[in-house]
Design a binder for this molecule. Structure first.
Ligand SMILES: C[S@@+](CC[C@H](N)C(=O)[O-])C[C@H]1O[C@@H](n2cnc3c(N)ncnc32)[C@H](O)[C@@H]1O
Length: 179
């Protein structure tokens, strides 16, 4: 499938957003929120739904626990015209990116599963990253992690709900934080 300018061969069981329209909306909101960043970390990146689009104009470091997703992203990132993408398999619940590893990043995008990203939010709260975009499919774990970021000095900016789970009470959201 196409993601921006890149072409990704999906691994079996690979994650995709629920609808193509919502994926475009989420990617648009994420891109807008980090439009000035030149070095971006994409955490819980999957096959590169955001990373590959962001790599059209910024260097990207991308992490996900799924080795298959990372391999698919790394192959797709070789497309001509993209900035360098460094993709690595990493369990971010057990081994979140540490503040020192985030030095030099203008922005972090994170899009964890429903459990949220408690360990990563704690590490981000101690970092100097100026801008964070949090994409969440679970407002309860998002609220827990947003508290951690706020206690670390981040200000919550815009929160946009994206109603991509039809006929269900679930909701996706994109939130921005800055310090
Ligand atoms: C909601 S999906 C988002 C994927 C991608 N950002 C997208 O929009 O297609 C969450 C991702 O988190 C990854 N994941 C789940 N548990 C993880 C963990 N402990 N550490 C790192 N990644 C994890 C999954 O493999 C999945 O790709």
């Amino acid at each position: 499938m196409r993601i921006g300018r890149a072409r990704v061969v999906l691994p079996p069981g690979g994650f995709l957003q629920a609808t193509a329209v919502a994926e475009e909306a989420l990617a648009g909101l994420v891109g807008e929120a980090v439009s000035e960043a030149t070095s971006i970390a994409d955490l819980f990146c999957g096959v590169g739904t955001f990373a590959l689009r962001l790599a059209e104009r910024a260097r990207v470091r991308a992490f996900d626990a799924s080795k298959e997703a990372i391999a698919a992203l790394a192959r797709a990132a070789a497309a001509p015209g993209l900035k360098p993408v460094e993709a690595a398999a990493r369990d971010l619940f057990r081994r979140p990116l540490l503040p020192a590893e985030l030095d030099g990043c203008d922005a972090v995008v994170l899009d964890p599963p429903r459990q949220g990203a408690e360990a990563q939010a704690k590490a981000l709260a101690q970092s100097r990253v100026p801008r964070i975009v949090y994409v969440s499919c679970n407002p309860a774990t998002f609220a827990r992690d947003a508290r951690l970021l706020a206690d670390g000095g981040y200000r919550l900016g815009r929160v946009v709900p994206v109603d991509q789970f039809r006929y269900s009470a679930h909701v996706e959201l994109v939130a921005t934080f800055a310090r």
